[in-house]
Design a protein around this ligand. Structure first.
Ligand SMILES: O=C(CO)[C@H](O)[C@H](O)COP(=O)(O)O
Length: 148
């Protein structure tokens, strides 16, 4: 798969390790930064990485910050994005099967690298189930651009 990846300083080390593992597993990884442990504002990376999904530069993306929360909140501001913060493998699978999430976000300060790797694989190995879930996802997408 073509996978985008991005992080802030809180997620840098995890992003680097995930990139290594994803590449070794045969995926094509587009690294949207950051490229050192320089302090940055996570919304900048979230939006840049999310745009790559919307523009079909890659199929989906993984974002890593300290908790995964800020990356999720910011990425979900981009029309066309369904970003899910995942901390357990069931939710990681459901994020794809039920919600057709096109980004997962991870917290490098809340989960270890081995769990993070399992979460990524649970998500990547899942398929969107469509049907009634498609109706619901379409309702979510119908909310885009509408305040209140
Ligand atoms: O988790 C995050 C956002 O949800 C960030 O990684 C975190 O807020 C960064 O904090 P600091 O600049 O104090 O290292």
């Amino acid at each position: 798969m073509r996978i985008g990846i991005g992080c802030d300083h809180g997620g840098y080390e995890m992003k680097e390790e995930l990139k290594k593992r994803l590449t070794a597993a045969g995926h094509t990884v587009a690294d949207k930064g950051i490229y050192s442990v320089t302090e940055v504002d996570y919304p900048d990376i979230a939006v840049e990485t999310a745009r790559g999904v919307v523009d079909k530069e890659y199929d989906c993306a993984v974002l890593v910050c300290g908790t995964g929360i800020g990356m999720s909140i910011a990425a979900n501001k981009v029309d066309g994005i369904r970003a899910a913060l995942v901390t357990d493998t069931f939710s990681a699978r459901m994020a794809k099967e039920h919600n057709n999430a096109n980004i997962i976000t991870l917290g490098a300060r809340t989960v270890g690298i081995e769990l993070a790797w399992e979460l990524v694989n649970a998500y990547l190995g899942a398929e969107f189930l469509g049907g009634k879930h498609l109706v619901r996802v379409e309702k979510i997408m119908g909310l885009e651009g509408k305040a209140e």
